[in-house]
Design a protein around this ligand. Sequence first.
Ligand code: ADP
Length: 284
Amino acid sequence: MNKITIAFINKAEEKNLKLHTYIDEKLKDVVVNVDGKRFAQVIHNLISNAIKFTEQGKITFSAEVVELNQEQVSIHFKVEDTGIGIAPRNLKKVFESFHQIKNEKNPVYGGTGLGLAISQSIILAMNSEIKIESRINKGTRFQFPLTLERVELTPKKVTNKDTFNDDFSLNSTILLVEDNMVSMMYAKKLLEKHVPKIYKGTNGLEAVEKIKLHKDIDLVLLDLEMPKMNGFKAIGHIKKYRPDVVVIAFTANIPSTEIIDKLDTLGFDDILSKPFSKEDVFQF
Ligand code: ADP
């Protein structure tokens, strides 16, 4: 969910819209059995529409836990905007294929009229339904609950051997900055087979020193909370010496929208939540 919403930060910013994300803390260690691609497609469609049909104000995405037990989790998903809204007579029609509301007062928006029809069929297949509420010129709210089966995350499931087998290699030199030795060892072990060189640092000051010293570094994984100099401060120095280097924030928490905004402003290129998998790193 973080990855889906992070992808929209720039789009929202371009239109001067705020993008608020609320992902329930209780979901942090919850792994579910879901068709991730299809689920992402739905959330992507809803947020993309919300931004498209809103000229001022904010977009809110929330995922709230309604019930959590050993076997399953029920989550309530909501995407709200403060946009142009939909007239009552059109509320049902928006879920029909190829339906786009034609209104001479509204600007012409691109699209196919298929996004909501597909999203609804995906959610119906997941035994739920997308509900819509809207007021003209006030905004629109799409919401749906999902009950998903929980699965135990075993190390086997984390690594996808087909895509990232042991022969996979990335021609990057990485600087790994992390004060926690266990996290450092985990990250190093995961990466060392696939990248030619890894430098290490245990705080922001060391990170800046290594950046000045080793010109071959092209990717920095930077922990945020560290002694001496934290990641928030170190990024400024790193980007000053090497504006071209890719810096990814390394965080143990699910970042709030405020933190995501802050990281974006500071110049971070992306965010990676710990513990991460090889796929997470190599997709950058
Ligand atoms: P597309 O966005 O490609 O036109 P969709 O199926 O996603 O197709 O949406 C169908 C129509 O529903 C849109 O063209 C628009 O008229 C209306 N619509 C969808 N989302 C919103 C929204 N958040 N606010 C206002 N109108 C919306």
